[in-house]
Design a protein around this ligand. Structure first.
Ligand code: HEC
Length: 146
């Protein structure tokens, strides 16, 4: 520690202070993450049959991806299995994906960008608390001639 300059020392003290909040999810954080996923409408496109059932899909099946092909002008996309996706990311990587990522239509990435760090962290904690089961979805297929 004595090797660190004062600025770094302050930074590492700050990191130690904020780490518990990031590292272990509290029940409140999981509850908030679940709320963000529901009201952020992630299930509509990332959970099979969710829209058709008007949301009546058991939580054990949430965010496993949607095999229903979505045909967009640029090609065919599938709602990603977000449990697998999140299981592979650190929190820092998730914040970067949410801030800078631009998945294909119809993913509303512009809304994700406006979500606060706290809420993104809560979503991360909640999605990672679900088991990373199921299969990754098929890869994007470009439309003919694209
Ligand atoms: C209107 C449909 C729709 C909604 C609503 C939606 N998504 Fe998506 N999302 C998609 C589709 C389709 C893809 C795949 C896009 C692609 O292949 O580039 C995607 C991709 C993603 C990706 C990138 C995955 C990757 O493999 O790079 C993330 C992360 C993501 N969505 C998170 C969310 C979260 C979190 C929510 C809720 C706040 C949400 N999405 C809501 C349709 C949607």
């Amino acid at each position: 520690m004595h090797l660190l300059n004062p600025r770094l020392r302050r930074l590492s003290a700050l990191l130690l202070l904020t780490l518990p909040a990031w590292a272990g999810a509290s029940p409140g954080q999981l509850e908030r993450g679940r709320y963000m996923v529901v009201t952020g409408q992630c299930n509509n496109c990332h959970t099979a049959g969710y829209s058709a059932a008007q949301g009546r899909v058991p939580e054990s099946l949430w965010l496993l991806g949607d095999l229903r092909p979505r045909r967009e002008p640029e090609g065919t996309v599938y709602g990603t299995n977000l449990r697998h996706f999140m299981a592979q990311l650190t929190l820092e990587q998730w914040l970067l994906v949410a801030r800078r990522g631009q998945p294909r239509a119809p993913m509303p990435w512009w809304n994700l960008r406006q979500t606060s760090d706290e809420d993104l962290a809560a979503m991360y904690a909640y999605i990672r608390s679900l088991q990373p089961i199921g299969e990754p979805m098929p890869a994007f297929q470009p439309a003919p001639g694209r």
